[in-house]
Write a protein that binds this ligand. Structure first.
Ligand code: HEM
Length: 106
């Protein structure tokens, strides 16, 4: 019998035991001064093949999110999108959002 173990990096920070209400958007959960338990959040892999773009990606994401959250209102339009498996699961038909600049909202 062949046993396959499927691990996806995006699932590592969805363990409710370590991250209560994991589906909730709560960035403050990472700002409480406590380190998450070892190997509970490994989005960039680990060991000798750890992602070499880790710090660069984090910096880019922080800049991007800052601008997108402070300047635009987001609305997901295909909330029932099917997810395709893989190391990094992705929505099969894309992830459709409608964004509006806050300064254009009446
Ligand atoms: C949010 C962004 C990113 C995520 C979540 C991510 C995640 C990962 C993961 C999970 C791996 C596999 C690590 C392992 O096997 O243990 C990996 C490998 C790798 N990543 Fe990233 N990555 C990101 C951005 C980047 C960027 C920006 C670069 C380059 C500028 C990059 C370059 C690489 C390379 C070259 C590898 C292969 C390393 C090797 O096999 O030795 N990644 N990444």
């Amino acid at each position: 019998m062949l046993l396959r173990v499927y691990w996806s990096s995006s699932s590592t920070n969805k363990i409710a035991e370590h991250f209560p209400a994991p589906e909730e958007f709560d960035p403050s959960r990472f700002g409480n001064g406590k380190a998450a338990p070892a190997y509970s959040n490994i989005p960039f892999g680990s060991g000798p093949r750890i992602c070499p773009g880790k710090e660069y990606a984090r910096l880019q994401l922080m800049c991007f999110l800052h601008h997108v959250v402070t300047r635009y209102k987001w609305e997901v339009t295909n909330t029932k999108a099917k997810i395709a498996g893989g190391l990094n699961p992705v929505p099969k038909e894309g992830f459709h959002i409608r964004i509006q600049p806050y300064n254009k909202l009446a």
